[in-house]
Design a binder for this molecule. Structure first.
Ligand code: DC
Length: 220
């Protein structure tokens, strides 16, 4: 099976790019962040005190995460419920980043992620795909952009949705999440040795997609 791994910090445009690359190639797009977010949503809904780290693993045993694909779109099922409509908010992203430090939770999701990649041609994005989940992926990309540019993109997105927001606070949140994801003990975000670095700060979506497709053509 062909596996394309795309890692990078929050807001670098991984999902937009990965979706387009997958569509072009007829592969499945697997958004691993959505799995951590679905788990995060469970803890948020159950008003779990995130300070009680020792109870995280025990509580997580009550959670079943599954994926299904509808018209090429990934749907995440949390204990059987499709939660795609609830996981894209910052509050859930923050909890996802906290639970992502737990080894037992990571191992469970890792098994699911590896199984999907064994059975399908995939473009998979996340933080540790090239380094841990799919170390043998034929193509590895590390996609990043400056925190300023990532904050600007997020700001535009929120404004387009009619939401009130402050670009300085968005950038501060991005910097904090980068720090947490890059400095955790297990599977921290970093560029795999054999990954190609793409800084999209001054690139269009089309240019980034083109660069990845080129890479794929050379490696396949
Ligand atoms: O990409 P995202 O913002 O949807 O991810 C949410 C959080 O999930 C991210 O801050 C860290 C965690 N995550 C991870 O640890 N490993 C992955 N492969 C994907 C996400």
């Amino acid at each position: 099976m062909m596996n394309i791994a795309i890692d990078g910090p929050a807001g670098a445009g991984k999902s937009t790019i990965a979706k387009r690359v997958a569509k072009q190639l007829g592969f499945i797009y697997v958004d691993t962040g959505a799995m951590f977010r679905a788990m995060g949503l469970y803890f948020l809904r159950n008003q779990f005190d995130m300070e009680q780290k020792s109870l995280l693993e025990e509580e997580s045993k009550k959670i079943d995460i599954a994926l299904k694909f509808e018209n090429g779109e990934q749907q995440v099922l949390l204990n059987g419920e499709n939660v795609n409509g609830y996981i894209r908010v910052e509050e859930v992203g923050k909890i996802a980043s906290i639970i992502a430090t737990n080894p037992a939770i990571r191992t469970r999701l890792l098994e699911l992620q590896q199984k999907i990649a064994r059975e399908n041609h995939v473009v998979m994005d996340g933080r540790d795909i090239g380094t841990c989940v799919l170390p043998n992926a034929q193509v590895k990309i590390y996609l990043t952009a400056s925190s300023k540019e990532r904050a600007r993109r997020r700001y535009e997105e929120l404004i387009a949705k009619g939401e009130q927001c402050d670009i300085a606070i968005i950038e501060e949140d991005i910097i904090q999440r980068d720090y947490a994801d890059m400095n955790r003990e297990i599977a921290p975000l970093r560029q795999a040795k054999d990954a190609v670095l793409i800084d999209s700060s001054d690139m269009t979506i089309e240019e980034v997609v083109h660069a990845i497709l080129n890479e794929y053509e050379q490696k396949k």
